[in-house]
Design a binder for this molecule. Structure first.
Ligand SMILES: NC(=O)c1ccc[n+]([C@@H]2O[C@H](COP(=O)([O-])OP(=O)(O)OC[C@H]3O[C@@H](n4cnc5c(N)ncnc54)[C@H](OP(=O)(O)O)[C@@H]3O)[C@@H](O)[C@H]2O)c1
Length: 338
């Protein structure tokens, strides 16, 4: 099978597209023909060596699969050949999804929503699972609460906005000016242009000084230490980003705040919950650009570049026919055009 193999840690050109042996489903595993995957910041973090101790080389990265079951190993009862499935491969435990075939433990694989194309489904598994873990499991967001979703046009952010709306929250989000209408269109109630106004000032103005109940940090920097300034009493902060520098969160004490840190985990349960939201029309990933497997290096370079004009996700068409159908439907911004 064709796979994009990472031979050394480095820049986008560190990948090599080549033939590797097709994997075989062992007991409890399914063999999936991968139709689509997508690009996450984790992919370029792995590529440049941020997790070198956890990633043996040569290796295959990639953290989203949408595809069709080709074979099942002994003992598999939930799936049969021909089933459409979606999942995030076990992170840091075996090959990823930049390949024509992938094997996975039955327990992390979900039934793909019929309403989504493979490109859309592959654009939701990791970011959707992360947003679910952050808002449902950790923040326990409640009906009528206020939430600030940082980076509302990004992969995680645009899903978190829709999830928070489905949970009955009032959603505040930060984006750059070009993405204000996009954020409103997916349900954000209050959209803050983070280049024009300080988000703490905007939150305090829009909430009459009360602050929000939950903050989802997808950005990093000083977001953790500044969060108490925008937080209501007993507020919760959920961070999904690496905290590179120590931060002083003493102000959180005065707000009786709690902080949660999420590194997304794989299981079928949350995929089933996300599928239910998709089927009810409450959640749909936005595919901002589509590339082929051979063009993943270009997709990495685009995602890594600042002010890249992207909205939502970059999907990768591994099944070649998806690429031609995508070009007639995907609205890529000029900067994001492959
Ligand atoms: N812990 C986990 O399990 C987990 C899971 C998924 C992702 N993550 C991490 O979460 C982060 C976001 O992931 P992603 O997939 O959403 O990335 P992404 O698709 O690149 O989205 C990031 C978004 O943030 C926006 N942004 C940049 N600076 C901003 C600022 N100061 N204020 C508001 N928005 C800003 C970017 O748009 P503009 O630059 O155009 O404004 C972009 O829309 C990454 O660091 C990733 O590694 C962690």
């Amino acid at each position: 099978m064709k796979a994009l193999v990472l031979n050394t840690f480095g820049g986008p050109q560190a990948f090599e597209l080549r033939d590797v042996p097709k994997p075989v489903a062992q007991a409890g595993q399914v063999l999936v023909r991968v139709h689509a995957t997508s690009i996450n910041p984790l992919d370029f973090q792995v590529r440049r060596g941020d997790y070198a101790d956890l990633v043996p080389l040569p290796g295959i990265t990639g953290h989203d699969v949408s595809g069709v079951v080709e074979a099942v190993g002994p003992g598999v009862t939930s799936f049969a050949p021909g089933d459409e499935v979606w999942y995030t491969p076990q992170i840091f435990d075996g090959p990823g999804s930049y390949a024509e075939y992938h094997v996975a433990a039955e327990g992390i694989v979900g039934k793909k929503p019929a309403a989504l194309s493979h490109l859309e489904a592959a654009s939701l598994t990791l970011v959707g699972g992360t947003a679910w873990e952050a808002l449902v499991v950790r923040a326990a967001l409640r009906l009528g609460e206020r939430i600030l979703v940082h980076g509302g046009a990004g992969g995680v952010g645009h899903v978190a906005i829709q999830l928070a709306k489905a949970m009955g929250a009032r959603v505040f989000t930060t984006v750059r000016e070009a993405n204000v209408e996009f954020a409103r269109g997916i349900g954000a109630d209050v959209v803050i242009d983070y280049e024009k106004e300080d988000y703490v000032d905007a939150i305090l103005r829009e909430t009459n000084g009360q602050g929000v109940d939950v903050i989802l940090d997808t950005i990093g920097g000083d977001t953790l230490s500044r969060s108490p300034d925008a937080l209501a009493q007993l507020g919760r902060v959920v961070s999904i980003v690496d905290i590179a520098q120590p931060q002083n969160v003493i102000q959180a004490w005065g707000k009786n705040a709690s902080y949660h840190f999420v590194f997304t985990r794989q299981n079928r349960g949350k995929l089933d919950e996300l599928r239910a939201l998709v089927e009810r029309g409450q959640l749909r990933p936005h595919v901002g650009a589509v590339y082929s497997l051979a063009d993943v290096p270009r997709a990495h370079a685009l995602l890594q570049s600042p002010n890249n004009g992207l909205r939502g996700k970059i999907a990768i068409a591994i099944e070649p026919s998806l690429l031609s159908s995508a070009h007639s439907t995907v609205q890529a911004t000029p900067e994001a055009t492959p």
